[in-house]
Design a protein around this ligand. Sequence first.
Ligand code: HXC
Length: 510
Amino acid sequence: MKHILEELEARRAGARLGGGEKRIAAQHAKSKLTARERIEILLDEGSFEEFGMFVQHRAIDFGMEKTKIAGDGVVTGWGTVNGRPIFVFAKDFTVFGGSLSEAHAEKITKLQDMALKNGAPIIGLFDAGGARIQEGVAALGGYGEVFQRNVLASGVIPQISVIMGPCAGGDVYSPAMTDFIFMVRHSSYMFVTGPDVVKTVTNETVTAEELGGASVHTTRSSIADGAYDNDVEALVAMRRLVDLLPMNNRAPLPEIETDDPADRIEMSLDTLVPDNANKPYDIKELILKVVDEADFFEIQAAFAKNIVTGLGRIEGRTVGFVANQPMVLAGVLDSDASRKAARFVRFCDAFSIPLVTFVDVPGFLPGTAQEYGGLIKHGAKLLFAYGEATVPKITVITRKAYGGAYDVMASKHLRGDINYAWPSAQIAVMGAKGAVEIIFRATNGDADALAARTREYEDRFLSPFVAAERGYIDEVIMPHSTRRRIAAALRLLRGKSLENPWKKHDNIPL
Ligand code: HXC
């Protein structure tokens, strides 16, 4: 018996070495951790239960029958994050460059099936060279099986991808269908075709970093939701994110203890909005003062900064925040901001995370670039997302809520549950200057007449009270009591029950 136990230990030790010490050293030399080191940081200490440690590929072409490595380039299993189970797979770049074979794909799909059946989140750590070239179509089939499961799991369990090295070819599309993608700066990149193919096809010369580095994907393409300086930072952040998420779409919101009183008053909010309506202020200050312990996990912080999205907690329970940011482009809604926020709203709705929306929006961004770029369709995405969401929706208008953007930003008309406005709110079709120039054109540039009309318009419309008179605003509240008001509203809405009409699925303007 003893020698059988020893053989198991020896086999395990071999498998843990993956592609061998030399390749592990090369991995470390690139400031990258190995697959197993990553899993150790992601999960609670000692909680990892591995599956498929001895799986090998079955390829026989190109001499592959002579090179079999236990695990076949991906480490799979489950463990806990602060006591709650999650499934994890980590590509092992030291084994055939982490490339995906048929057997490697089967390890991942087995895990996806288990995660779905058991209603727990799944995290993939990517560091790989795409399809196992020696396996040909068997690898392509394997990718297809993974993709199909990503689709079926979407909206049922949270799926998160962390890109920690190369991620090319077939490897990009599985992350693309997950809820969130995070990257590690300078050591990771994502593209469908690499610099060599790009050079051949389009004659462009680019580096991997320029083509698909973290900077590109967090600021330009919006493929990635955030980036971190190194593997450890990224993995620690993922623990923080997982803590905020429900286990699945039928599970309750996670709730943690907090010492932050729900009725905390923030007097500084009374002076957050400047007297001059054209002056910016930082909406993140409001978010940080409203959430528990100023703890806010921002999503897509570097993209479309004119809108802020992210997760925080109130009374220990997760809340999704969407807020126009007056500091950037005056908080205007453009195509990028609309797409960014729409996707976030749909994520929250899918997982029953209540939405709190802070509104200070001068409207949609005018111009040919926006119109040619499909502003109508992209703006409609956010409108659609808010309109279909059945989670508790609480809205606070801090300043401007102009035009169509007023309707879009979780207004009463889109089934906003509780709609508050600060006394500084201005709810109107447009700002005073534009409005007066149109409806009083007949003044023919008479400056005094225009000024009088402008004052008249401002007095009548640029306040929360016309909307409040109609019941579009439930209450005009003191800025300093915003947290207390939202906390009470969220408590009330815990029992909210609202269903959309039955349908196979909707037809959101993609
Ligand atoms: C088999 C692979 C591999 C692959 C890398 N390796 N990619 N083995 N299939 N796709 C192996 C290498 O042979 C090498 O083995 C080890 O992994 C490390 O690779 P290096 O090239 O030495 O590493 P590095 O210089 O860091 O470059 C990493 C890389 C490069 C940029 C990822 O390896 C690369 O370009 N690989 C090919 C990428 C690719 O074209 N994949 C197919 C995409 S098509 P040894 O034994 O020397 O350590 C695709 C289609 C699917 O995925 C579409 C589905 C929709």
